[in-house]
Design a protein around this ligand. Sequence first.
Ligand code: ADP
Ligand code: MG
Length: 238
Amino acid sequence: MASVAIVGVSKRFGDTAVLAPTDLVIEDGEFVVIVGPSGCGKSTLLRLIAGLETPTSGRILIDGRDVTDAAPADRGLAMVFQSYALYPHLSVAENIGFPLKVAKRPKAEIRARVAEVAASLDLTALLGRRPAALSGGQRQRVSIARAIVRQPDVLLLDEPLSNLDAELRGRMRHEFARLHGSLGATMIYVTHDQLEAMTLANRIVVMNAGVIEQVGSPLELYDDPATLHVARAIGSPG
Ligand code: ADP
Ligand code: MG
């Protein structure tokens, strides 16, 4: 587990300000859900934390350590993408074990850890398959397995369930709650889904047009939304 501090972080792409200077502190072990309309900067914020984008201004601290200039692999975090981003030519076992292989862990250790993570996500029977031979839900579970194989302190998830059908989303929602408990990682989770936000979050961050409009517990935002937009995003009567 680790805290994440975003201090005056902003992002421009050319002339376009995508994220206004933003401050946000996420506590050790917290499950924070980020909601907001398409294009408001949710993925950009996650990518900045991950180190996949460079901030235009500001600093990012993980567990008190300034990682603004650190490579993604040196930040103690992992990211799950909406598109799964699996390697099509690798088996499920090779996909899951890939981060350990890159980290040059011994083969026996990789095998044992892949088996353990696969078992925890009900993937043991699928370890020899290629991604093309999996359902959407199975692919997403593989991408989650790959993300947690190195036991990250911080797990970033960008609309991880948006490509799945409603029933599977419901099951995976429970899976994420369980994962948060067992992994003990700080989780930062972007979604469009009110139910996911309300049931998973310790705190919800509501974004709109590159600005954080409100941060609070699901109940606080529901009972006392700061703006009409927050009320709509949370589904509160306003
Ligand atoms: P969200 O995830 O909330 O839908 P994004 O963070 O993906 O929003 O995008 C926020 C804004 O930044 C959008 O207007 C998008 O078009 C723009 N944007 C994102 N990435 C880039 C990029 N690499 N170059 C230029 N504009 C970008
Ligand atoms: Mg996005």
